[in-house]
Design a protein around this ligand. Structure first.
Ligand code: NAD
Length: 430
């Protein structure tokens, strides 16, 4: 059992902290957002993640998990400190590392003995060096410490499951002591551990996300060819995916990727590559294809409705992907804005993200359920592939829509079935 402090109680920090306490470590989760800490103290989760609340409640009761807005308290009581604060994009695409820097500085000011400071936030290569330097510069006296990189690969929506069952744990270290400590922290997971230098660990995260984004843009480009040729991209993806060297995952054609990770990590990787003297043109194209997919669905809506002005559009799905309430960089935002600019009236529904969406997408109406969203609408548009939408009563949907038009940005339905039901149905890449 180790004493651990996790700084930042967002999707990564909160899930990591809770799961490490479940593994038997004593964990204090710190956030400078006092409202978040107050919620967590009342067992209210500030984010939606399946399974999280039970683990939090259980480990608070076991006295293995606690929350605080005081970083000093966290640093005092922990040997291993994980930094899991945000690294949002700046206007030029680079990662804003000011939160990481602020935390590193504060840690240094509160340290009274050896600490292992582990960066879990997604950061560009060389951040580890800067964290080390920042701590050195701000230490009040000569105290030994280690810095490590331990990038996080969890997915929102299955974050708890992913934390307990990682494909691999990457540990970027400079010392044996740091390696041993981190291996001990993760030992109960019995997962494969890859030990590297700090810079390689940092690049593993950016390269992994950029590669997955590339897969998505690749299949979307293929989808556009399928559509023109009269082929079915789902079948193409199935055939490609059966090749073990390729794999079926991340080959779902649709309106592209969003969220807090892929768009910003792609940008940040291109930015750091450029800073290091390499133009990552492949990733520029990955980004361009992704942007085009959003325009493509708007065009499909225009093609189906002709004039969009004053038409009512029922939108199903707002979150950037299913099983999350995360609206950051969700494709729905740009798509809805483009439709609103043309004078469309939007009625939207999402099973989890509506509260967050209300703060971002104004001037539209939010429906209580999918059926209310399409009642009297000129067409229905699917933006997020929630399971709830796969099981819709399509007979009811047809009765509620003014015209039986469905634009399916996520290929949830079989075009033949939809045609038999007399829907005008447009998917992606078919
Ligand atoms: P988030 O915005 O949900 O959470 C960050 C938290 O850090 C916030 O609660 C914020 O209040 C807190 N914070 C900021 N400055 C602080 C400070 N000085 N002291 C204490 N707390 C502070 O972010 P997230 O989605 O959890 O992402 C965190 C990092 O992990 C990012 O670098 C992200 O790229 C990376 N990551 C995210 C995911 C994901 O799916 N969300 C997956 C892998 C990696």
């Amino acid at each position: 059992m180790r004493n651990i402090c996790v700084v930042g109680t967002g999707y990564v920090g909160l899930v990591t902290g809770a799961c490490l306490s479940e593994l038997g470590h004593r964990v204090i989760c710190v956030d400078n957002d006092k409202k978040k800490i107050a919620l967590l103290e009342r067992n209210v989760m500030p984010i939606y993640e399946p399974g999280l609340v039970d683990i939090v409640k259980k480990n608070k009761k076991r006295k293995l998990l606690s929350f605080s807005s005081n970083l000093k308290e966290g640093v005092k009581n922990a040997e291993v400190i994980f930094i899991a604060v945000g690294t949002p994009p700046r206007a030029d695409g680079s990662a804003d590392l000011s939160y990481v820097e602020a935390v590193a500085r504060e840690i240094a000011l509160s340290m009274d003995g050896y600490r292992l400071i582990v960066d879990k936030s997604t950061v560009p290569v060389e951040t580890g060096n800067w964290v080390e330097l920042t701590i050195q510069r701000n230490l009040k006296k000569d105290i030994p410490f280690d810095v490590a990189s331990n990038p996080e690969f969890l997915r929102e929506g299955s974050a708890v499951h992913d934390t307990f069952h990682p494909d691999r744990i990457v540990i970027g270290v400079k010392s044996k002591r740091a390696e041993q400590l981190l291996k001990e922290v993760y030992a109960p997971l019995k997962a494969p551990v890859l030990v590297t230098d700090i810079k390689s660990a940092e690049i593993i995260k950016h390269a992994s996300n950029s590669f997955l984004a590339t897969k998505i843009s690749f299949i979307n480009a293929v989808a556009n060819i399928c559509e023109r040729a009269g082929a079915d991209v789902n079948k193409v993806a199935e055939g490609m995916g059966m090749d073990k060297r390729i794999g079926r995952s991340f080959l779902n054609a649709g309106i592209g990727f969003g969220g807090f990770c892929f768009p910003k990590d792609l940008e940040a990787f291109m930015w750091i590559a450029k800073k290091l003297g390499y133009e990552f043109n492949l990733l520029k194209e990955v980004k361009a294809i992704n942007e085009d997919q959003k325009n493509l669905i708007v065009k499909k809506i225009e093609d189906a409705l002709w004039i969009v002005k004053d038409k009512t559009i029922g939108i199903l799905g707002l979150a950037f992907k299913p099983d999350t309430d995360d609206m950051r960089f969700a494709p729905s935002i740009d798509i809805i804005h483009a439709l609103k600019e043309q004078g469309a009236k939007i009625k939207a529904y999402d099973p989890a993200a509506m509260e967050k969406a209300k703060g971002i997408i104004k001037g539209i109406s939010y429906a209580k359920n999918p059926y209310e969203a399409v009642r009297g609408a000129d067409c229905m548009v699917i933006i997020t592939e929630w399971d709830e939408f796969k099981n819709l009563d399509l007979v009811k949907i047809k009765k509620l829509l003014k015209h039986p038009i469905i634009i399916d940005g996520r290929n949830l339905f079989n075009p033949d079935t939809m045609e038999k039901m007399n829907f005008i149905y447009k998917g992606m890449g078919k």
